[in-house]
Design a binder for this molecule. Sequence first.
Ligand SMILES: Nc1ncnc2c1ncn2[C@@H]1O[C@H](COP(=O)(O)OP(=O)(O)O)[C@@H](O)[C@H]1O
Ligand SMILES: [Mg+2]
Length: 416
Amino acid sequence: MRATLLPGESSLGVMGGGQLGRMFVHAAQSLGFRTVVLDPDTDSPAGLVAHQHIRADYLDPNGLNQLAQQCAAITTEFENVPAEALEQLAQTRFVAPAGASVAICQDRAAEKAHFAASAVACAPYAVITTEADLLAVGDDLLPGILKTATMGYDGKGQVRVRSRSDLAAAWAELKQVRCVLEQMLPLALEISVISARSDRGDIVQFPVQQNLHIDGILAVTQVPAPDVSQELQAQALASAARIAASMNYVGVLCVEFFVLQDGRLIVNEMAPRPHNSGHYTMNACDLSQFDLQVRAMAGLPLTQPRLHSPTVMLNLLGDLWFMEQAPTAAGTQPAPRGGAALLGGGPAQGAAPGVERTPAWDQVLALPGTHLHLYGKANARPGRKMGHLNITAGTPEQAESTARRAAALLGLSIAW
Ligand SMILES: Nc1ncnc2c1ncn2[C@@H]1O[C@H](COP(=O)(O)OP(=O)(O)O)[C@@H](O)[C@H]1O
Ligand SMILES: [Mg+2]
């Protein structure tokens, strides 16, 4: 068994310098660990706050050597870190999660095979590698969603298809890379579970969170999950624990699920790291997902986190910086059209940005229980994750009503 890394005398490293790395660095530093980030970008959110920033490509042997020399344990903040890099680091250092676990999460086909091996139901699917696979697809998978097997995120790399001709066109659009075709399921809602597992096999879990996505990007997380029965929550927690244990996972793992209109629970995908839908834990729980990531890496005890406040998390995308005019008062936004939508004076996602402004943080922070987290990104862009706002309260109703006021002040109108 490896020695525990004690706060105040060890260094921890992270591959990747995005916001997840930054929040990991903050948690590690508050426990007294020295922190090192490897990321090629000079202005990365985590690189700006770590004790040391190694500016190197993820496969640069010198950069990886430096990281290994500096740190007793290393983690990753994104799943597309090259598996070879983690394997090189693991030759001399403790790496969690292991390259083999990350490799499963990087590939939708491997991920689905792992779900089946863990006895957790996922959507009916087919792996498409060749033209013959495309032709052999069963009628039951249409309508469906064609997803690239690797590198997809935030709804990118996927196309919805209704017919076989759609399917052929979609595969051409995705450059005929290896894909997974999934049956389109009738969703009632989406939930996720954050688990942390140690190298001794101990596992602790946060309560189930309910998530609302808009245009493929997470917009709102609510905890406790308002529309999910206790029974289904217990099933989601048990399924996530099996998925983690059956790959001997070490670290923080997020598993996303669909709840279907007939009430069935179906696993969607997973991420080998803390997750956007777990950001509520920073203010809602006595330990955050990043605290548990640090503990799992260091071999420190994982204790069961306790939810102390009902919470709503609002994601803050770059769109908010490009409102044509600041909204004047809460509750004056137009009603959303056609279900969940981001409204206000800002352009649609991907539209040419207008004049940049700073959102009215002072007004939002005047509301009780608001916790603003900005990631230190210099340039706002529509669709870019700039920060999040956690709203804690004594009851779920209070958290939701304050969240609605905060959303209105920001010009962020969300139908949820
Ligand atoms: N099989 C499916 N049936 C219905 N909706 C789906 C299906 N797969 C994905 N979606 C919708 O698309 C969103 C993004 O898909 P997901 O596989 O989670 O990709 P990403 O890696 O971009 O998050 C999901 O959150 C869900 O709303
Ligand atoms: Mg997803």
